[in-house]
Design a protein. Structure first.
Length: 94
């Protein structure tokens, strides 16, 4: 189970009309994208203070909206340059 529940997505965040059946697929992909950007695992993120976790949850919801709007053809690539790791989301055809 992911960090964000369907109930939170629909009733607190008021996300796009992703169906309850499709939600786990969108949530998993969105969670992966956000966690790689903040350099956390699911377990690390779940252990964050409540205020920080709330922001991570909202970021995951925003990413779900993005995936719903533009499709699931989003890849995450990390690149290290000069000791700094940057992650880029690249829209690909789905």
């Amino acid at each position: 189970m992911g960090l964000v529940t369907y109930e939170f997505y629909t009733n607190t965040y008021y996300g796009e009309p992703v169906s309850v059946d499709d939600f786990p697929r969108y949530e998993a992909r969105a969670e992966d994208a956000i966690l790689i950007l903040i350099h956390k695992t699911t377990e690390d993120a779940a252990a964050l203070p409540a205020a920080a976790l709330a922001l991570v949850d909202k970021a995951i919801c925003a990413q779900i909206d993005y995936l719903f709007e533009y499709g699931m053809g989003v890849s995450v690539f990390g690149k290290e340059a000069g000791g700094v790791v940057s992650a880029h989301l690249v829209l690909t055809s789905s």
